[in-house]
Write a protein that binds this ligand. Structure first.
Ligand code: HEM
Length: 377
């Protein structure tokens, strides 16, 4: 496969290519894609600290979903917006997430995974794309019976976030968004506990007019959990297959092990920013409309921030990771994600699954704009 900066994360080993890109410079313009490429840790930090925004100024919501339920949610997600409202809603999301316990969610993930494995017919990839999001649905306040349906709705909804989706996928995403809106509204009507209600409580004081934001960002907690955490489960299994001697380190300290996995083989390889006005960054002039691809996975392997970056070392000291981004949009779910993935993987290993059975030579990665999803059985 010919590697390009936006698609390298689908390759078996994109890391020598990322090293070549870093050698070209911290920030350069890629003529083929038209994107500016931030390759080093310093460049990624600088772009994230600049005024660049998460969406282009002429398309805050992708045109295909404007004026649809999917667009209504997308346009209010803190991940997809900038400014005062984003900051206030983000603070409320952090407050709400602070009311759940990472360890308890990890334990629930272990139980849920054990239950699904005992029922049979589920492989490791599917498990990663079922368990974390089901547990998050439970944390939002949904009862056990509906969690599988919510997972299916989210799998459809996230397709409206990917720039690679065609018309059928967009149609499914719009239908799923309408159903998700009504289910979260039902939850807010009935419930008093759970993340959706905690988010509403955290937003009540600043502004009553935030009700649409509560709904959208409750859905956002599910969508943000879904593919990134599923991808983390997958890349962790591949790492275990490559470094079977490291399994003891996982058993001893699963969350710390996964923190190094997330640095070493980032489940989210890149993110994007858009300039709404002219700027100058790292000696490069940028103009309004310029888009930057931030290679988070490459920044993690920059020797400037992580000595011996190509070594997988679960005991790494002073680990520096860009996988969860930084600055205004830094992921508020990092610890939760690590615990959910840890619980899922512990149950999988308890069930007798052996990572060394993974066929590394035949491994393929799912098509994705930014997630690194190994296709295991
Ligand atoms: C391994 C799993 C995960 C990875 C790799 C990941 C990564 C990221 C990244 C890179 C961003 C910021 C993107 C940017 O700056 O452009 C982000 C944002 C976000 N993540 Fe995560 N995430 C993960 C799991 C989760 C989970 C489990 C939750 C929910 C508890 C979550 C909630 C969020 C939210 C709400 C945002 C938006 C924050 C904002 O824009 O202010 N994430 N995540």
């Amino acid at each position: 496969m010919t590697l390009t900066p936006p698609t390298a994360g689908m390759a078996a080993d994109p890391y020598p290519y990322y090293a070549d890109l870093r050698a070209l410079g911290p920030l350069f313009r890629d003529d083929e894609s038209g994107l500016l490429i931030a390759t080093t840790a310093g460049a990624v930090r600088e772009v994230l600290a600049s005024g660049a925004q998460t969406r282009p100024s002429d398309a805050p919501v992708p045109p295909a979903i404007v004026d649809t339920p999917a667009g209504r949610i997308f346009g209010r997600l803190i991940r997809m917006t900038d400014g005062l409202v984003q900051r206030e809603v983000k603070a409320a999301v952090a407050t709400a997430l602070g009311r759940v316990t990472d360890e308890a969610l990890g334990a629930e993930a272990r139980q849920e995974a054990a239950r699904l494995l005992a029922a049979g017919g589920i492989g490791p990839t599917a498990l990663g794309f079922q368990v974390p999001v089901r547990v998050m649905a439970g944390a939002l306040g949904f009862g056990g019976d509906s969690r599988g349906e919510l997972r299916d709705l989210i799998a459809d909804f996230v397709q409206c976030i990917s720039p690679l989706s065609g018309p059928d996928a967009i149609e499914a995403a719009i239908a799923a968004a309408a159903e998700l809106e009504s289910r979260v509204a039902g939850l807010l009507g009935d419930g008093k506990t759970g993340l959706a209600c905690y988010l509403r409580a955290a937003l009540e004081r600043p502004q009553a007019a935030y009700s649409g934001h509560v709904l959208a960002n409750a859905v956002g907690l599910l969508s943000q959990t879904y593919d990134a955490t599923g991808a983390l489960v997958g890349v962790a299994l591949v790492t275990m297959a490559r470094y079977p001697d490291s399994l003891d380190a996982f058993r001893a300290a699963p969350v710390e092990y996964l923190r190094e996995v997330a640095r070493f083989d980032a489940p989210i390889q890149n993110t994007r920013r858009f300039f709404h006005g002219p700027d100058r960054l790292l000696g490069t002039d940028v103009k309004a409309g310029d888009a930057v691809l931030l290679l988070l996975a490459s920044a993690n392997r920059d020797p400037e921030v992580n000595p011996d970056p190509d070594a997988f070392d679960p005991a790494r000291a002073n680990l520096m990771s860009y996988t969860f981004s930084m600055g205004t949009h830094r992921c508020p779910g990092e610890e939760i994600a690590l615990h959910l993935a840890a619980g899922t993987l512990r149950a999988l290993l308890d069930s007798g699954f052996s990572p060394v059975s993974i066929d590394l030579a035949g491994l393929r990665y799912q098509t994705s704009a930014n997630a690194r999803i190994p296709m295991l059985a």
